[in-house]
Design a binder for this molecule. Structure first.
Ligand code: NAP
Length: 309
């Protein structure tokens, strides 16, 4: 029996992957979407999405992603769970290894997204799940009436600091510089909160605790060089994300940070292989831009398949 050759294989089921899947399955291309864990990507850990058009008043991240999935189902997108380990370019077909099995496709769209960056300081790893977290939406409720801190100065840190005020009695916002990178509207909300205290020019040097969990952190003042201990029950880390493309480093051109390099039409260095969303190098990482990328990659894959019939 001959092996199925998909027209399009999509790796990753966040907003970019689901949008690409919507477009290609609607275009009647035989498409398989492979997702490692659960569909929805990073949006699944977002409480309220306020800047995705069409939802005045905002929408919960998981609910938005459920709608994306339902929409894909309308067009019969085939979805499977599995981890992609590698990709081999055989010209007209691409061989993708999924959980050790080879899956063939005439074109591939990579939408593997990104994962939270780690501080890389002593004690951080040791207290993950026992005080250290990378997801306020997932773990915030464990810190009722607690004193906690969040590290970072971007949109994620600002949004998560605000979310954490629902539970914690005090939220330190630890940032390595003296101004936030987050958008003005989020900054205004952070500064208006009487529960959030920014700690400027501060860097976490160490995470400390005992067998019951995290107890304190060592903070360094980057201006004076002085260090001090800060007692905490929880430490949230929101210092950006790392693209999930390491498994493709041998076959595709990546930038120094590990993003897949593409042109404006989402084409990678291999003809017939496209990248969309946070995994590719681009200026703005938003749900709206991931959706835009997914649509572009899908249309470009369709065009590629027509040109190579
Ligand atoms: P980000 O914008 O890259 O911000 C990362 C923050 O962490 C920066 O403030 C950075 O400091 C700090 N940082 C980086 N490495 C650090 C380290 N080793 N130690 C201490 N601090 C460190 O990341 P993000 O906030 O996760 O956002 C990622 C993307 O998603 C952005 O494009 C953002 O706009 C988007 N996003 C949008 C929304 C929204 O629109 N509602 C929500 C969440 C995320 P410096 O400022 O000094 O570089």
């Amino acid at each position: 029996m001959s092996q199925t050759v998909y027209d399009v294989l999509i790796i990753g089921g966040g907003p970019a992957g689901l949008t690409a899947g919507l477009y290609t399955s609607r275009a009647k291309l035989k498409t398989l979407l492979v997702e490692r864990m659960i569909l929805g990507g990073q949006v699944m850990t977002t409480t309220k999405v306020e800047n995705y058009p069409g939802f005045p008043g905002g929408i919960d991240g998981p609910e938005l992603m459920e709608r994306f999935q339902e929409h894909c189902q309308e067009f019969g997108l085939e979805v499977t769970t599995g981890e992609v380990q590698g990709l081999v370019d055989r010209g007209e077909t691409k061989a993708v290894t999924v959980d050790g099995e080879e899956v063939l496709a005439r074109s591939v769209i990579i939408t593997t997204g990104a994962e939270p960056a780690k501080l890389g300081v002593p004690g951080e790893q040791q207290f993950v799940g026992r005080g250290v977290s990378y997801c306020a939406t997932c773990d915030g409720a464990f810190f009722r009436n607690a004193t906690i801190a969040i590290v970072g100065g971007g949109d994620t840190a600002a949004e998560e600091a605000l979310f954490l005020t629902r539970f914690a009695s005090k939220v330190y916002l630890i940032h390595r510089r003296d101004q936030l990178r987050a958008t003005k509207i989020l900054q205004d909300r952070v500064f208006a909160s009487d529960k959030i205290e920014p700690l400027w020019n501060s860097q976490v040097e160490q995470v400390e605790g005992d067998n019951t969990g995290l107890k304190s952190i060592v903070l360094k003042d980057r201006v004076t060089g002085a260090t001090r201990s800060l007692e905490l029950e929880g430490l949230f880390v929101a210092i950006g994300v790392i693209p999930k493309a390491h498994f493709l480093a041998e076959v595709l051109d990546l930038d120094a940070d590990g993003h897949i390099l593409t042109d404006a039409e989402c084409r990678t260095s291999i003809p017939g292989v496209f990248a969309a969303g946070d995994v590719r190098k681009k200026m703005l990482k938003q749900i709206a831009t991931a959706v835009g990328d997914g649509a572009v990659a899908a249309i470009m894959a369709e065009k590629y398949l027509m040109d190579h019939e």
